[in-house]
Design a protein around this ligand. Structure first.
Ligand code: DC
Length: 227
């Protein structure tokens, strides 16, 4: 049986950076499920559909062929495809972030991506990050971690990432965005962001990146040693 490690937590807690580093150290595949919701949001936006319009999103999804959204690994790096096109670079805008948060609240959307996530986890040793991995997608994961940090600390980190891009938003805008996404992700009816009962909490507010990676690696080693 492949080893499955689930990492959930709010936007900007460092899940992807930390999960990527841990996956590399363990020789596992890193699966960023947020990229799938982002690719779905982009597809809706490009087709003139509002990501919050549940009915139109559901109709569009029902018209998409099997395998429309796909993850591929090129030199160990995850790329996300929508309709055969690599959209990895187009999904990191604030518009798509907000769209992903909206689109992910629809049950039809979650159902559409569920099997794909399950299949990847059934076939590979993985570290999968998202919002509902430990609670819904992989309830039997070998290790579950809930990675979090204060909203202010997460906003500071996100701002650093965005600083190199044109049209960089202000700290206040980034913080408001993070708080809005936290609210959306935690209050939706289906698969809301929450800590799985058997998840270990890792709070990275007061540790640097190396410290956070060590924290997560220690939890994983400890859990796997006791299996
Ligand atoms: O992790 P991220 O910021 O790339 O995720 C983008 C949005 O997708 C996030 O606001 C919530 C949603 N999401 C989700 O609902 N379930 C997941 N497993 C992953 C992401």
């Amino acid at each position: 049986m492949p080893v499955n490690i689930a990492i959930d937590g709010p936007a900007g807690a460092g899940k992807s950076t930390i999960a990527k580093a841990a996956a590399k150290a363990l020789g596992y595949i890193y699966v960023d499920t947020g990229a799938l919701y982002r690719a779905a949001a982009l597809t809706m936006i490009e087709n003139g559909i509002s990501p919050s319009d549940r009915v139109s999103v559901a109709v569009k999804l029902s018209a998409l062929p099997d395998g429309f959204f796909a993850l591929k690994y090129i030199d160990g790096v995850q790329h996300v495809f929508a309709g055969g096109k690599d959209v990895s670079d187009k999904i990191r805008t604030p518009e798509v972030s907000m769209g992903a948060s909206a689109v992910s609240a629809h049950p039809e959307m979650r159902k559409f991506l569920f099997d794909l996530q399950k299949k990847i986890a059934a076939e590979n040793n993985i570290i999968m990050d998202g919002r509902d991995i430990g609670t819904v997608v992989l309830p039997d994961a070998d290790v579950k971690i809930y990675l979090t940090a204060s909203a202010e600390e997460r906003a500071k980190r996100r701002l650093k990432e965005l600083a190199e891009k044109p049209d960089c938003p202000s700290y206040e805008e980034v913080l408001a965005d993070i708080k809005q996404r936290d609210y959306n992700d935690m209050h939706r009816d289906i698969a809301p962001l929450k800590q799985a009962e058997d998840a270990v909490v890792a709070d990275t507010s007061n540790v640097n990146l190396d410290g956070a990676i060590k924290l997560v690696m220690d939890i994983i080693s400890d859990k796997l040693a006791h299996k």
